[in-house]
Design a protein around this ligand. Structure first.
Ligand SMILES: *[C@@H]1O[C@H](CO)[C@@H](O)[C@H](O)[C@H]1NC(C)=O
Ligand SMILES: *[C@@H]1O[C@H](CO)[C@@H](O)[C@H](O)[C@H]1NC(C)=O
Ligand SMILES: *[C@@H]1O[C@H](CO)[C@@H](O)[C@H](O)[C@H]1NC(C)=O
Ligand SMILES: *[C@@H]1O[C@H](CO)[C@@H](O)[C@H](O)[C@H]1NC(C)=O
Ligand SMILES: *[C@@H]1O[C@H](CO)[C@@H](O)[C@H](O)[C@H]1NC(C)=O
Length: 363
């Protein structure tokens, strides 16, 4: 009775087994991976084939439910708008959708808790902006498709965010933002040229922040003196709790790495040296590296010759210099006085010419 964790591969192969698709193994792999990125292994997951949460009326949609089950029981429960529907298979195919197929879908397998809901919308319009989801956690990919009614081709496609065009494509009606961040919040729409220029309705997209950019903090009284222990910590906090979500921290000085991808948000300089001075920065990332955030730089200066031993050295040095100066001064005064005295004496001798012998003996 080992609960099976759904893997990207198992879902992909399940989908491809039924649809005999081969191209998807490469192209859409990351989409599947992203959907299961921080998946709770006890929670069922719904995936869509094709992957859009809004479709035109009369189009076909298949929903897949993946989650831990009892080995002998593949029974799956499906819920639409909160009530169970009479489908018991992991695959729920809706052929030729009608307005009544729209709503909030959830599923549950034998050993799982109910999945997060998927809001399926059924539309009638000339042009529809299809999205892979409407709510994301930063780092997840957002796929967009500007889709014409009855699969009519449109050209010169423009994608807009909050009324501003951000992508033009002459032919390709699909565009993917590989790693979303909070700047991707907004209302999206698209326009394309068929017989006329058509414009889709707007789709609100929400990207939730996983954690804010970290701040590098130093817990040591400043200034840092040579020989001190310095604790650096890379502070941020998870805004969304996801099972198994783990942040990794790196520390840099002058853009050179000090500690790489550690689960500990702390870094210690055991005995600071003057060479440890520099611009410090830290980085927090998710395990897959899809979300990477840097702290602002922090300048640290380690001061030398200020430690207790060097202070004593300074005191003794100045004391010694003082003593030498004092002794010098005393000597100078003595010598000076002596010379003055001798000069006077010499003068007296030279005046007395009879004592030349005595002067030369003195000199
Ligand atoms: C939906 O699937 C049916 C086969 O079940 C197919 O005949 C039809 O063309 C499909 N419709 C669309 C819009 O792809
Ligand atoms: C489910 O709710 C949506 C509105 O959220 C509605 O359009 C749809 O008809 C409902 N479907 C059923 C089967 O009740
Ligand atoms: C399979 O599990 C479902 C609940 O998920 C239960 O209602 C059903 O009776 C089970 N069937 C068998 C054969 O055990
Ligand atoms: C630095 O961290 C260690 C262990 O994390 C702690 O024991 C020590 O008191 C800290 N020192 C300072 C100066 O914060
Ligand atoms: C992570 O940091 C801790 C203490 O800061 C250290 O003991 C450990 O070896 C580090 N792990 C790696 C993988 O660097």
């Amino acid at each position: 009775m080992k609960p099976m964790k759904p893997t990207a591969e198992s879902l992909q192969h399940l989908a491809c087994y039924v649809f005999h698709c081969s191209h998807q193994l490469g192209d859409n792999m990351w989409l599947f991976t992203a959907l299961l990125l921080w998946a709770d292994p006890t929670k069922a997951v719904i995936t869509l084939q094709p992957p859009w949460v809004s479709v035109f009326q009369d189009e076909n949609v298949t929903l897949w439910c993946e989650g831990p089950r009892l080995p002998e029981n593949s029974s799956t429960q499906w819920f639409l708008n909160g009530t169970t529907i009479q489908i018991l298979t992991p695959r729920y195919r809706i052929a030729a959708t009608s307005v009544n197929d729209g709503g909030e879908y959830r599923c549950q397998t034998g050993l799982s808790v109910p999945s997060d809901p998927i809001q399926l919308e059924i539309h009638r319009d000339w042009l529809l902006l299809q999205v892979s989801n409407r709510v994301f956690i930063e780092g997840e990919p957002l796929a967009l498709r500007c889709h014409g009614w009855k699969n009519k081709r449109v050209y010169n496609i423009l994608f807009y965010q909050d009324g501003k065009a951000f992508k033009f494509s002459p032919w390709n009606s699909e565009f993917t933002i590989r790693k979303t961040n909070v700047s991707h919040n907004g209302i999206y729409h698209c326009s394309g040229l068929g017989l006329h220029r058509y414009t889709s309705a707007g789709v609100p997209i929400t990207v939730k922040e996983l954690f804010p950019a970290p701040v590098l903090k130093v817990s040591s009284s400043l200034p840092i003196l040579e020989g001190n222990l310095v604790n650096l910590s890379c502070e941020t906090k998870l805004l969304l709790q996801r099972p198994g979500l783990q942040l990794y921290f790196s520390f840099y000085v002058d853009r050179k790495i000090l500690m790489s991808r550690n689960t500990s948000s702390e870094y210690q300089i055991l005995t600071a040296k003057r060479e440890d001075s520099g611009l410090y920065q830290c980085e927090a990332t998710t395990e897959d590296g899809n979300v990477i955030k840097h702290s602002p730089e922090l300048e640290l200066q380690v001061l030398g010759l200020q430690s207790p031993t060097s202070v004593w050295f300074h005191v003794l040095f100045h004391l010694a210099m003082g003593v030498i100066f004092l002794v010098d001064t005393v000597f100078y005064v003595i010598i000076h006085k002596e010379l003055q005295r001798k000069k006077k004496w010499n003068l007296e001798i030279s005046l007395d010419s009879g004592h030349e012998k005595a002067v030369s003996s003195y000199l």
